[in-house]
Design a protein around this ligand. Structure first.
Ligand code: SF4
Ligand code: SF4
Length: 305
């Protein structure tokens, strides 16, 4: 689809939450789903966007003076406002701000540029770490991802693809030969609830999960648990039945919902769609894990924090 440059939201170095071991994680921009609880809302659209971190802003006004398009203003009460529609992403305000309160999210990068950045951390990835591509949805860019993963593998670096599963399987067919592990996000089994929660039906997602396993690629399932959205007993049991048929399943990880990403919506100037829900407690996660374990072989762990 795109073999040139793709929009990158962030490169997070030396993480321990995006696959096994110590990893660098690349977050790309662009996603086919619209999950209500999205924790990376700045990555939903592929278009670059200016982010404003209000907590870091001192109100110095340097951005207002630097911007040629009048994007930044202050209310009489001193509140910093942005007219994002007028922003041309020139970066002048970002350069003028000494407090890191502004950034442009979605700088386009080439395979070569990303590889050069990632390979510097190679010594930290041993024994089982590596590079994870996440998002957004990296599988939207199959030529780019397969090209980057091929180079990483040639350099002896393990590769993982974090995917929502909602793209044509032909994209995965290009990427999987260079992928050691797929982190596959499962967000619910009931098609109607799934559509309400994510904007899309889940049939393609489940079909892709089965095809990825049939391809022979190792899979880690990642399940966000969002009370009142996807934690219903029938959903969990059906998930267990689906996972029982995934022969390359290595582990299942339950990701407890939390609303900490609220500030990210504000920084991107997007409507906060996150559900008003409490984080599930350890006992609730244990119950869900027990149900899933009852469908899985004993050597497939079901984990949660
Ligand atoms: S990126 Fe350029 S146009 Fe956009 S707000 Fe900053 S200075 Fe103004
Ligand atoms: S330059 Fe930075 S700190 Fe100063 S007003 Fe603008 S965003 Fe705030």
């Amino acid at each position: 689809m795109n073999s040139g440059k793709i929009p990158v939201a962030a490169v997070r170095r030396l993480t321990i939450h995006d696959g096994p071991g110590v990893r660098d994680t690349v977050f790309v921009k662009g996603c086919p789903l619209r999950c209500l609880w999205c924790h990376n809302p700045e990555s939903i659209s592929a278009a670059p966007r200016i982010l404003f971190h209000e907590k870091l802003c001192t109100g110095c006004g340097a951005c207002m003076r630097a911007c040629p398009n009048g994007v930044h203003a202050f209310t009489p009460e001193g509140r910093h406002t942005l007219n994002r529609e007028a922003c041309r992403l020139c970066g002048a305000c970002v350069r003028a701000c000494l407090f890191n309160a502004l950034e442009i999210c979605g700088v386009k990068m080439s395979v070569e540029e990303l590889f050069t950045k990632l390979v510097k951390d190679r010594d930290y990835f041993v024994p089982e770490g590596g590079v994870t591509l996440s998002g957004g949805e990296p599988a939207l860019y199959p030529e780019f991802v397969s090209g980057l993963f091929r180079k990483l593998k040639e350099a002896g670096i393990s590769t993982a693809l974090d995917t929502c599963g909602a793209v044509d399987f032909e994209h995965y067919r290009m990427i999987l030969p260079h992928t050691d592990l797929v982190l596959f996000d499962l967000k619910g089994m009931d098609p109607e609830r799934h559509r309400r929660n994510t904007g899309r039906d889940n049939a393609l997602i489940h079909e892709n999960l089965r095809k990825i396993a049939a391809f022979g690629t190792s899979v880690e399932i990642r399940m966000p648990i969002v009370p009142g959205c996807n934690d219903f007993p029938d959903d969990i049991e059906k998930t267990g039945r689906l996972l029982a048929g995934i022969g390359t399943l290595k582990r299942v990880r339950l990701l407890a919902y939390h609303s900490l990403a609220g500030e990210k919506y504000a920084a991107a100037g997007l409507e906060n769609t996150m559900p008003e829900a409490e984080s599930p407690d350890a006992a609730a996660l244990d119950r869900i894990a027990d149900v899933l374990r009852s469908f899985l072989p004993p050597d497939v762990p079901v984990l949660h924090d």
